[in-house]
Design a protein around this ligand. Structure first.
Ligand SMILES: [Zn+2]
Ligand SMILES: [Zn+2]
Length: 279
């Protein structure tokens, strides 16, 4: 085990959420069971085996470790990774990787996939990712991971197995797809990024930013910088149907004690115990 950058962990049902996020410092997350991660503000050595990544936006504290990640995988003879990122940023990121490749005199093989709000990405038979718009100061996206399975349509539920088989052989579609939003990642965004995507509020696990928590930091000003204030969370408390809400990306202006203090004061029940402070 090589210890390099901090990693916190929480488990929810069959999912392990690992990562770290502090505004202006570094943000990175991964969910090993889903075989995917979000953002490259840092890249713990232990994250290298995860082959699929989604970049929320290209601020340095969310991107700086990308060349290191790609280079490590090449060095360890792993398959080139697939990295989804906001479409307008792909060309520049390609150039950055090319320059790094020259400096390093080593190849940086990876697939960069231009991604836009409204896209649907098929990860496997079981999982699909949908992409939504978020509101930040550079091109930015939010992501929702859905689990899908096929379920017998209600009109066929009373039938015997052989009757269903005959219908299927006759060309009738007897099942329909059921999707469950398992995990949503907001990235950096003002509240518009949540409000514009209902699935953010419905996902079992929501990972969201909450950069500012002190009353002296006014939310109107914070929205201009594409961030969220604790007041925004309080205003929307009834909308969060998530089983677990992870709040993260706190400003470095706050000591962890202050973060706990302000949040516990504003939300004494911690969203009925569903709120998890990632600090
Ligand atoms: Zn950030
Ligand atoms: Zn940012």
């Amino acid at each position: 085990m090589i210890s390099n950058v901090p990693v916190k962990t929480v488990t929810h049902k069959d999912l392990t959420i690992e990562g770290y996020s502090r505004a202006a410092v570094q943000t990175y997350w991964r969910i090993p069971e889903l075989n995917l991660g979000f953002d490259f503000g840092g890249q713990p050595w232990s994250f290298m085996g995860t082959p699929t990544w989604f970049v929320s936006h290209t601020h340095i504290d969310h991107l700086a470790a990308l060349p290191a990640y790609v280079g490590r995988r090449r060095m360890m003879k792993m398959e080139p990774p697939t990295i989804y990122l906001p479409a307008p940023t792909v060309e520049l990121v390609e150039r950055v990787l090319r320059l790094f490749s020259r400096l390093d005199r080593g190849r940086l093989p990876c697939e960069l996939v231009p991604t836009s709000a409204g896209d649907e990405i098929e990860l496997s038979r079981e999982h699909v990712v949908t992409v939504s718009e978020t509101v930040h100061t550079v091109p930015s996206l939010g992501y929702v991971v859905w689990q899908r399975r096929r379920k017998l349509k209600p009109e066929f539920q009373g039938l015997h197995g052989d009757e269903i088989r005959d219908l299927r052989l006759g060309g009738t579609e007897v099942t329909s797809e059921i999707r469950t939003p398992r995990l949503a990642y907001l990235g950096d965004s003002s509240p518009g990024g949540l409000d514009g995507c209902e699935a953010m509020y419905e996902a079992e696990v929501l990972i969201m930013e909450l950069t500012f928590v002190a009353p002296r930091h006014r939310k109107e000003r914070i929205h201009k910088f594409g961030h969220m204030h604790l007041d925004d969370l309080v205003e929307r408390r009834e909308r969060f149907h998530n089983e677990l809400v992870i709040v993260s990306h706190f400003s470095t202006r706050y000591h962890p004690r202050q973060v706990h203090h302000y949040i516990e004061k504003a939300l004494p029940d911690m969203l009925d115990g569903r709120l998890h402070l990632w600090i």
